[in-house]
Ligand binder design. Structure first.
Ligand code: MN
Length: 400
């Protein structure tokens, strides 16, 4: 039987009762930030539902962190209780009194980000970038199929959807130039990714097993890893991405809990050579997410997440295998999601093949990289329980 809610949910909404993503909001008419769950075109104020309890206090704050720190048992309890409140008449007056229309609230960065790591888990993306940057060498470097390659990014510059993105300045040096120059990036790009939010931490010195993913990771967000390709190309050897990435990373305001993604689980593509035992999953955490990339409102790509070579559980196991601890609020990105087809690439450098094949927009203008005033919006949907479709909302940003 399909679970139903008495809250009106428009056909095609990202937020049916099978989803129930978490965010932090402030009502427009006043009051402080608090944790809520999206349902249809509304958000339920969870701090009001649990008012007067320790849980309610943990929900009456400006981030999900205090709730996340309570751990997977409490995440399951709250989800079950909210599902019950929205699907039965039991406490309908209380619930109705604490529903806010989404167009009457301000959404905030949902998580106080602790550490931020970005991976590189799409074979197609890694291969495309290898071909672009090393046309005479092997597209994939020797380590790529043995471990999820990643780097540490800048947690303090993770921003919520809608935040303006200031074009970064920095050093760049084209291959033919004699010396570097300084100035605004002229090759500003996006990376369409999913991000994973750690809820429950781990002890320093201990690793997290690949099958313990759901004991630590709470849920997933849309993530745009803004990238200045010219700054990146000059600075990244030999220590990896630095200022070409650290100026801003945007995430969606809604965190979709793993509990809502069970129906989206799929096996990762066949992994050959077989990964080392610490990366071998019993039941894969590949995810059948369909993403989209819009540039100034025009669909330019549909990256399929299901083709990602490494699963987020493998990324977590790798990230902690050396004993590095996890903290509540840690965020890690999947890496750019690119599929095999030309219209499935998750970055402009791939879509335009390093600027060689510009994109033509509806107004007749062309793009290789982003211009000031351009707006990029990422979305994703997934199969949910009961055969319904759930969505992640959007992450959007405009270059200012
Ligand atoms: Mn990235």
């Amino acid at each position: 039987m399909t679970l139903q809610t008495w809250v009106p949910v428009p056909e095609g909404s990202d937020f049916p009762i099978q989803n129930l993503p978490y965010g932090v909001f402030t009502p427009r008419h006043g009051g402080g930030p608090r944790v809520g769950v999206a349902i249809g075109e509304q958000v339920l104020d969870l701090s009001a539902i649990w008012a007067g309890t320790p849980l309610g206090a943990d929900l009456a704050t400006g981030s999900l962190n205090r709730f996340l720190r309570r751990g997977p048992g409490e995440w399951a309890y709250v989800r079950e209780r909210v599902t019950n409140l929205l699907s039965t008449e039991e406490q309908r007056p209380l619930v109705e009194a604490n529903l806010h229309r989404l167009d009457q609230v301000t959404l905030h960065l949902p998580v106080e980000v602790a550490d931020y790591v970005d991976f590189y888990a799409s074979e197609q993306h890694a291969t495309n970038l290898g071909r672009i940057f090393r046309p005479d060498g092997e597209a994939l470097l020797p380590n790529w199929k043995h471990l999820p390659v990643g780097y540490h990014g800048r947690a303090g510059t993770v921003v919520v959807s809608g935040t303006g993105i200031r074009r970064p300045s920095g050093q760049r040096k084209a291959p033919g130039d004699a010396a570097p120059v300084f100035g605004p990036s002229v090759r500003l790009d996006i990376e369409a990714e999913m991000g994973f939010v750690v809820g429950a931490g781990s002890a320093l010195g201990e690793s997290v097993g690949v099958d313990d993913f759901a004991d630590h990771v709470f849920g997933a967000v849309l993530l745009n890893d803004w990238s200045a390709r010219d700054i990146q190309a000059w600075e990244y050897v030999p220590l990896g991405p630095f200022l070409g990435k650290s100026f801003a990373t945007s995430i969606s305001p809604w965190v979709v809990p793993l509990a809502a993604l069970e129906a989206a689980r799929v096996a990762t593509p066949a992994q050959r050579p077989e990964p080392l035992p610490y990366l071998a999953e019993k039941q894969g955490w590949g995810l059948d997410l369909r993403m989209s990339v819009e540039l100034n409102g025009q669909l330019v790509s549909r990256p399929p997440y299901a083709g990602m070579y490494w699963s987020p559980a493998q990324m977590l196991a790798h990230m902690t295998v050396n004993g590095a601890s996890l903290r509540t609020g840690d965020l890690y990105g999947s890496g750019t999601v690119s599929g095999p087809a030309a219209d499935q690439r998750g970055s402009l450098i791939e879509l335009t093949w390093n600027g060689r094949d510009p994109i033509t927009l509806a107004d007749g203008s062309t793009r290789t990289f982003l211009e000031d005033g351009d707006t990029v919006t990422l979305r994703a949907t997934a199969p949910g329980a009961d055969g319904v479709r759930i969505g992640f909302g959007e992450v959007t940003g405009t270059i200012v």
